[in-house]
Design a protein around this ligand. Structure first.
Ligand code: C2E
Ligand code: MG
Ligand code: MG
Length: 573
């Protein structure tokens, strides 16, 4: 008899060892793979359960203790023969990541109780399962944190990983990569509220993801910036969606919003290899910036010349600090003139960079400085120079005029902007009525409320604020109505030219924009006035002030000083 029991024990022992070996093997091979193979492991766990006369084996995973209390966990049932008793062996483990794993094995109804040795063996298996399950779950959590953003959109690492995998499998053939920015999204948020804005964005991106399906993908880079991968035969339809989509954001009421985007597109060549971020981002981002800020086409395809641009950007960024320290940036003043009297009523301070006997215009360096906050340093520098000049002119008894300084929208991220600006103005004891700030309306990366806040604060301090380049970018009536601007500067693209008759689109637009500005009590300045005929048009439309080559180009300090002394321009009646 003892021999028989021994034999039986030996047989069970061998069976157990074989199963254990299989389990170790399955866990190790599975761990060395990208994704864990749960089914092969549970298959072995099932056999082990039968071996130990268990009716059921489950593991439950909780993300944290609170989730455990709520009973909100993920249950993995490795085995269930439908005949479990309530006698169980339970283990609970809190992992280093504060996740909780509970493993339970239930004895089968009517089966012989577990021996001490069996209990020890079950305990050992449970410990092995712990490390496996928590690893598999942690992998999911890490995946979620690494490859999705807080709002659940796939993120940049996800996009790059996808490209890399596709690139290895030849899956990028005949595809295009895109970077796009939603237009006016801050206005959508402002109009519909943040929550509905989020819903609109989600619906828009979901619609796109559905359209791209398995053959492509769309990921959020941050804010209202996205990347996408798209098969080239679907590109025309995708571009249509980018240019304009109507999104029904409330199924019940049928309420809709229109969403459009500017995009940079790279047609991926057959021999393209994606090794890291920059391989693709260096192509689609500059194209996208051009699409957003170029003022022309809202869809721009990458071309090689953009690489040159990038080199130029880097060169400017490298030289900037030194150039600032060496005072290579100079203020030029462009007069603003009353179209009725010819009186010099103001001036705009415009920056020029003197380097190696060359004068570099702003278009060659401002976009590079706007990539980071260097532009803010330049603007403060310009303000300081303007204040110093105003102080000197005042002390030498000149008839002062209000000078406007351009402020990049990047400043609006600075909570203490008003204090910083006033500090400089007051240091030179400049009466506030002699300072004006111009803010462009072309960028959307700043929240509307920040803009409103900054404009109101400066206005309270008695400083005039102008909306610059009105008409290009996202001119919106909301922007003009809801923010207390003092001055509206109509962009030169709105100004009728020689061939336009009074019924041309440009003439009509100009008339209405000026009319609206007046209606709202704003001072109206037309930029880019180049001919006597245009001065006349301004007068006919009650646009009081002109700035442009017809009167003067931006002038160096000394020449502008002469204009201050003359104070009037000769204008024909
Ligand atoms: P902006 O503020 O709209 O300045 C007006 C631009 O129109 C100036 O170009 C000016 O020279 C040009 N302009 C004036 N009259 C005429 C005209 O009759 N015909 C034509 N075709 N153009 C005219 P500029 O000086 O090259 O400056 C370009 C832009 O660079 C400015 O546009 C402004 O946005 C930016 N900028 C210049 N200086 C600064 C600065 O100190 N800080 C910041 N943040 N931006 C600046
Ligand atoms: Mg300006
Ligand atoms: Mg302008």
């Amino acid at each position: 008899m003892p021999e028989n029991t021994d034999n039986l024990n030996n047989e069970r022992d061998t069976q157990f060892r074989a199963l254990l070996e299989d389990l170790v093997k399955a866990i190790t091979t599975s761990s060395s793979r990208e994704t864990l193979d749960v089914s092969s492991i549970y298959d072995i766990v099932g056999k082990l359960c039968r071996h130990f006369r268990a009716g059921r084996g489950v593991t439950t995973f909780y993300e944290n203790e609170a989730a455990e209390k709520r009973g909100d966990g993920d249950l993995y049932e490795a085995y269930n023969n439908g005949n479990a008793s309530d006698i169980d062996l339970t283990q609970r483990v809190v992992t280093g990541a504060r996740t909780i794993v509970i493993s339970q094995v239930f004895l089968e109804n009517g089966a012989a109780p577990w021996t001490q040795l069996e209990r020890e063996r079950i305990d050992m298996i449970q410990k092995m399962i712990f490390s496996f399950v928590s690893r598999s779950r942690l992998q999911k959590i890490v995946e979620k944190l690494t490859f999705y953003d807080r709002d659940g959109y796939p993120n940049l690492p996800n996009f790059i990983r996808h490209l890399q995998i596709q690139s290895q499998n030849g899956g990028l053939k005949n595809h295009a990569a895109l970077h796009f920015n939603l237009r006016h999204f801050s206005l959508v948020n402002q109009k519909l509220g943040r929550r509905t804005g989020d819903t609109v964005m989600k619906a828009y991106i979901n619609q796109m993801a559905e359209f791209l399906d398995e053959e492509g993908m769309v990921a959020r880079i941050g804010g209202d910036n996205f990347c996408a991968l798209c098969p080239q035969d679907k590109l025309p339809r995708l571009i249509q969606m980018l240019k304009s989509s109507t999104i029904v954001y409330d199924e019940i009421t049928g309420d809709k919003a229109r969403v459009s985007a500017t995009a940079g597109i790279y047609l991926i060549p057959d021999d393209f290899r994606c090794n890291d971020n920059s391989d693709i981002m260096d192509k689609i981002v500059p194209a996208s910036i051009l699409a957003r800020t170029g003022g022309g086409d809202h869809i721009v395809y990458y071309d090689r010349r953009m690489d040159k641009n990038r080199e130029h950007f880097m060169m400017v960024q490298q030289q900037f600090a030194q150039a600032l320290a060496r005072s290579e940036f100079k203020v030029f003043y462009q007069p603003k003139v009353s179209v009725y009297t010819g009186e010099l009523v103001g001036a705009e301070a415009l920056c020029r960079w003197f380097r190696d006997d060359q004068i570099i215009p702003p278009i060659r360096f401002i976009p590079a400085l706007e990539q980071n906050t260097d532009i803010c340093r330049l603007d403060f520098y310009m303000l300081e120079k303007v204040c110093r000049d105003l102080r000197r002119w005042q002390e030498s008894g000149k008839h002062l005029v209000r000078v406007s300084v351009n402020l990049s929208r990047k400043h609006l991220l600075d909570d203490d902007l008003t204090e910083h600006l006033l500090e400089i103005i007051d240091k030179y004891r400049i009466p506030h009525r002699y300072i004006e700030f111009e803010l462009t309306e072309t960028t959307t990366d700043v929240a509307f409320t920040d803009l409103k806040h900054a404009v109101s604060a400066l206005k309270t301090a008695g400083i005039a604020i102008a909306v610059d380049d009105f008409g290009v970018g996202f001119s919106s009536l909301n922007l003009v109505q809801d923010i207390p601007w003092d001055v509206l500067k109509v962009d030169k693209t709105f100004l009728p030219i020689e061939d336009d008759n009074v019924l041309s689109r440009r003439s009509i637009m100009f008339r209405h924009v000026v009319g609206m500005a007046k209606e709202l009590g704003l001072e109206c300045v037309a930029e880019g006035v180049e001919t006597a005929h245009q001065v006349e048009i301004l007068r006919d439309n009650n646009c009081d002030i002109a700035q442009g080559f017809w009167f003067d180009k931006p002038l160096p300090h000394d020449e502008f000083e002469k204009r201050l002394e003359q104070h009037f321009y000769h204008i024909d009646d």
